[in-house]
Design a protein around this ligand. Structure first.
Ligand code: AMP
Ligand code: ZN
Ligand code: FE
Ligand code: FE
Length: 280
């Protein structure tokens, strides 16, 4: 049996592995195929593709776009993206700049509470264009302002906590269209983490291609529910670990195993979308 892990992060966003390290762990996990889905960036894809090519592992270039629909934050995964697509690069650059200003805002909120974290400390640690809350949390630990990452999120960074700053996001419709015009397939990430499934039909109307049924934070019951929803809406099925590096002393990569038949279906859908575009 061949397996894939189609939801992975590197240090080009808030993961801790370099693309090369990620591929090494993918090999150790015995995966046949991986996709890189960093938050609002495709920068790591070139290096990940090169590292995969060296060990004959299949690679899908992707990204996880932060979007919103009906006032709910939703993450849209793009697969088979043209990582040089000008509109994609232009749009994500804007959202990266939003992420960077947000670091300043989060630090200002922390400073107001007497927590002396400097934005420079976060940027130095993040060392990427797509900084996020995990970098702020790691910087707080590094500066000994909290004991651990959980404390950082619980006290300051979780939604509704004092240093939580909402992001300006693209609409989910825009995210789906952006992915399509860059040659990609659009997939709703970890639906089980959203408060409601009511947003799914709207995403389907926007042209959603698939839904992430298998995810680290999905129970078996949830996975079954989303498989049923996928069937009802004729959506592709994906899955991945959402590995951000080491978690409780081991990397999550490969702990969610997507049977390879789903990758075959994704590739067939990509081929037929390309053919449709070529015919226009
Ligand atoms: P951001 O995109 O900056 O809002 O950060 C979102 C990322 O923070 C997610 O992808 C997770 O990796 C991480 N995250 C969100 N909530 C928590 C939490 N309660 N504890 C630890 N990590 C979290
Ligand atoms: Zn993340
Ligand atoms: Fe996500
Ligand atoms: Fe993710």
């Amino acid at each position: 049996m061949k397996f894939a892990d189609l939801h992975l992060h590197t240090n080009f966003s808030d993961g801790t592995f370099t693309p090369e390290e990620l591929v090494l762990y993918a090999q150790k996990a015995g995966l046949a195929c991986i996709a890189l889905t960093d938050h609002d960036t495709v920068e790591g894809c070139e290096r990940a593709a090169a590292a995969c090519a060296k060990v004959q592992m299949e690679f899908i270039p992707g990204a996880e776009l932060t979007a919103e629909i009906e006032d709910t934050e939703v993450h849209i995964l793009g697969y088979f993206l043209d990582t040089k697509n000008p509109l994609l690069l232009d749009k994500i650059a804007k959202f990266q700049s939003v992420r960077q200003s947000r670091i300043h805002e989060m630090c200002a909120a922390l400073n107001k509470m007497g927590v002396p974290l400097k934005p420079e400390a976060v940027f130095a640690l993040a060392n990427c264009k797509s900084p996020g809350r995990p970098h702020v949390a790691r910087a707080l630990v590094k500066e000994k302002l909290v004991a651990n990452l959980d404390e950082a999120f619980e006290r300051f960074l979780k939604k509704g906590r004092p240093a939580w700053v909402p992001k300006t996001k693209m609409s989910a419709v825009e995210a789906v269209e952006l992915i399509h015009q860059a040659g990609g397939l659009a997939v709703m990430a970890h639906p089980g983490l959203n408060r409601t499934d009511e947003i799914i039909p709207g995403l389907v109307r926007a042209g959603l291609d698939g839904i992430e049924c298998f995810h680290t934070k999905h129970s078996t019951v949830m996975a079954e529910r989303y498989l049923e929803i996928a069937e009802r809406h004729h959506l592709l099925v994906t899955g991945g670990s959402d590995c951000h590096g080491f978690s409780k002393n081991k990397p999550l990569i490969g702990t969610v195993k997507l049977p390879y038949e789903h990758v075959e279906k994704l590739k067939a859908a990509k081929k037929s979308a390309d053919e449709k575009r070529a015919a226009i």
